[in-house]
Ligand binder design. Structure first.
Ligand code: UD1
Length: 345
């Protein structure tokens, strides 16, 4: 049984990926300091999979503690690195917090990867590395643009660090590491059981949790940030993708790394459905699957937002053998099921 180390295993995408990994017979351990996550999610993972996952509550900036864990698990075939801060507005207010956490965490982890010779590495990147693009859809060949936030810049820098890191292996002085960079578009939804999902911390920034929290009565209304964009209905357009499809792509990325010859260039994959959906269409999809009418108003544009982005996902489909299983209705249904189950405790 292959062992995988997941950093950020108590977070939203990390936890769903662990469920997918276990269902495909991986043995998983998690490293998560729980600064932005709730370890209770591990109970949900156990309920779904029947397996207890060990989490080491370690901050990746604490190199000594991190290395102790890596030393214990140096037989792992790979690391999937999710642990990072991800709030765009918070990153604008507290850029140093983002640079320090997201980049020192990464470099410490890579030092550990070299020291303990862990052969495969998957990095959580984001479509925000593209910035505002002229031509849609964006493919992996679309150059990185100007980052719209410090959060996005930590993802660009994280990718660059990994590219330099991989290039530094000359085949003689050290063992090479195989790296894949996964650029997520907008992950939404929850495990179809409704047992795990995104555990909200305070007021959500993202659209889907804002919709479900409004429908359940925690928020008064959803504000649609702008209806004067050059899109079908004027509201912002994104490529929403079910978190279980994202999870599945990670498991496939590990398999790909195992089979792939080493190169000095990390492969990049876009993880999106290839379909752009507007904010107003998301609201309609929610109303359809929940049977509830949502209280929403049109407000001004949100600073830092881009107008429209969606993925060219052909590379992930062809090279990872990835198949998208879920559509927008499935995403909304899962998000709503999770919200209701979570509030019932
Ligand atoms: C951004 C990043 C993404 C990152 C994610 C993490 C970009 C292009 N994308 O996603 O890489 O992983 O944050 O949080 O920077 N909206 C409303 N009302 C709301 C909330 C959102 O109208 O209350 C709209 C937004 O204006 C946007 C869409 O819904 O058009 C999606 O917003 P959100 O869910 O916050 O994600 P992004 O900002 O696209």
């Amino acid at each position: 049984m292959d062992k995988v180390i997941v950093t950020g295993g108590c977070g939203y995408i990390g936890a769903h990926t662990i469920v997918d990994l276990i269902s495909k017979d991986y043995y998983v351990i998690s490293i998560d300091d729980n600064s932005k996550s709730d370890p209770k999610i591990l109970e949900g993972i156990q309920q779904i999979t029947g397996k207890k996952v060990k989490n080491y509550q370690v901050d990746l900036k604490d190199k000594k503690a991190l290395f102790e864990v890596l030393n214990k698990h140096k037989d792992a075939m790979g690391i999937i690195h999710f642990a990072a801060y991800k709030s765009v507005p918070e990153s604008v207010e507290k850029p140093l917090k983002y640079y320090s956490n997201n980049l020192i965490g990464l470099t410490n982890l890579l030092e550990g990867v070299s020291k303990f010779e862990i052969p495969n590495f998957v990095f959580s990147s984001s479509c925000s590395v593209y910035g505002n693009v002229e031509k849609l859809p964006v493919s992996e060949d679309t150059p990185m643009g100007v980052a719209e936030s410090p959060y996005a810049r930590t993802k660009q820098m994280g990718e660059d660090i990994l590219r330099d890191y991989v290039k530094s292996f000359d085949g003689t002085n050290n063992k090479a590491v195989n790296v894949v960079l996964l650029r997520y578009f907008n992950p939404v939804g929850a495990h179809p059981s409704g047992i795990i999902g995104e555990i909200p911390l305070g007021v959500p920034n993202n659209l889907t949790p804002f919709i479900t929290q409004t429908a359940i009565g925690i928020r008064e209304k959803v504000t649609v940030f702008g209806n004067d964009y050059a899109t079908r209905d004027g509201s912002g357009l994104r490529d929403y993708i079910h978190v279980m499809d994202i999870a599945d792509a990670h498991t496939k990325a590990l398999q790909y790394l195992k089979e792939k010859p080493l190169t000095q260039n990390p492969e990049v994959f876009n993880l999106g459905t290839g379909n752009g959906v507007t904010v107003l269409e998301m609201i309609k999809a929610f109303e359809k699957v929940s049977g509830k009418s949502l209280n929403y108003v049109i407000g001004p544009r949100r600073p830092g937002d881009i107008e429209a982005i969606y993925a060219d996902n052909q590379k992930a489909i062809k090279e990872l053998g990835w198949k998208i299983q879920y559509n927008i209705d499935d995403m909304m249904e899962a998000a709503w099921k999770w919200e209701q189950k979570f509030r019932r405790g």
